[in-house]
Design a protein around this ligand. Sequence first.
Ligand SMILES: [Fe+2]
Ligand SMILES: [Fe+2]
Length: 172
Amino acid sequence: MISKTMEKLLNEQINKELYSANLYLSMCSYFKDLELDGFANFYRIQSKEELFHASKQFDYMHDVGGKVTMMAVDAPETKFKSIIHVFQLTLEHEKTVTSSINNLVNQALSESDFATHNFLQWFIAEQVEEEASISNLLKKLEMIGDNSSAMYLLNAELGQRTYKEKSAGSNN
Ligand SMILES: [Fe+2]
Ligand SMILES: [Fe+2]
């Protein structure tokens, strides 16, 4: 059984994951409009991962007797200034999600809710990975500048990404 405070925070977290999924679909659409299918593929997979995060939290709530309350999801950004702008927004967004997960961990510790604390460790590792991969792509984009052949190659590289569901307890 989890506390009412933890239940509320986890419901808000599910909502944030769903918002993230929609934000990344919106970015996917931006890239599809530019005919950059590799970037679009990258963001579609980002979106699927966020749905998976929401469903992990949804299942955990049920496992520990929490009440899931689905809430309205805010509309994501739909207009982006440039490719690099999309990645800057993504990094900013992932940082806010990281602090939200950190708040959940703080709450779990303050309540000695070790089960939730343990559950959240997967997300802590996931956020490290997310921030690192987006920072890395941002650096590549800064290097590329307006070199269209380099952009073509990065688009091709991102087109190779495939979605694999990450199992519990593993972050690979
Ligand atoms: Fe997430
Ligand atoms: Fe994420």
